[in-house]
Design a protein around this ligand. Sequence first.
Ligand SMILES: Cc1ncc(COP(=O)(O)O)c(C=O)c1O
Length: 388
Amino acid sequence: MEKDISFILNHLGEDRENYFNAVSPPILQSSNFVFRDVETMRAAMPNEFNRPFYTRGANPTVTILRKKLAALEGSEEALVFGSGVAAISAAVLSCVKAGDHIICVQHPYSWTTTLLEDLLARFNVTHTFVDGTKLENFANAITPATKVIYLESPNTMTFELQDLEAVSALAKKHNITTIIDNSYSSPLHQNPISLGVDIVVHSASKYLNGHSDIVAGVLCSTTERVKKIYSSEFLTLGGIISPHDAWLMMRGLRTLQVRMQRTSESAEKIIAFLENHPLVEKVLYPFSKTNPQLALAKKQMKRCGGLFSILLKADKIEQAEKFTNSLKRFLIACSWGGHESLVYPICALYGSGSNNKPHLPWNLVRIYIGLEEPDILIEDLNNALASM
Ligand SMILES: Cc1ncc(COP(=O)(O)O)c(C=O)c1O
């Protein structure tokens, strides 16, 4: 049966009779919670996971959000973090100890790379990056020390996919935990747990919140695994979300379906324009007709959302700069998933002295389509391409 998304977004987890029948839940902006006597305090202690004791553990506003996010992703439980990176770090750390090995899809989100290359390397956890478009690359990289296969499907710059069902089955055979960053798809467009993946993480700063006003992360898995992460990485590293930000994310979630529909429809229309433009060499997008992995994309994703990249037909980096600077309706910024259209020009990484050594060409521009009218965005893109 299809999930009842509108029930999840509008009602699940909300216990209105407990707060004056308010439609919108209260923001319980309290660090701690009181007990009437020693006995009730003692009884609450072993169940901090569910019962308000101290807000680093469980806060009632955050708990409502946890229930909604778990249901959206089709998992038993969810934890909410103060950033996507906090969720990623907790997920990975929960699976490894010194001497272990991680297989990671090549060119994941930049701070995931840093987690593996810098932080975990200090604790003698090694890694191998693989081209995740071929199953045999994962199989060939497995060693007796491999404990994690880390996935990001699709990649959020170049949109390569991994076959989630096949990689999960391979991992299970070798007792390896699979983790996926599902930020690109949101729980509306791809549910990796139903394909066998063990842990799903999100940067909720993107679609889940959807308004470019908070940074947050989500981790979804079985109750057993989430409880283990909760009592170790979650409580000890303490990367929690504030009750106020949890409330903002819940408000953002109310419109997740309509926002996803709008951004997806607009992006499809704009991509159709760009694919026929003589100054666009290629559009990189999972559902693009030219994507060699189109069949896989259609098999494991419902839709694509509003994020894609273009390769400009340009000879000089200045043309990519001119294109970007000429846009009037797109903001030049990182991130995506909010109400506003954005461009992230790779040419900005060239000569910037940034730690991110560009592995991508300077003529690649990542585009995010917000909630504006698509025809206005098309006109803006058309004018900017003409200015090159
Ligand atoms: C694909 C992807 N994963 C994870 C993250 C990290 O999330 P956050 O910025 O919420 O820590 C980002 C942020 O840009 C991202 O694009």
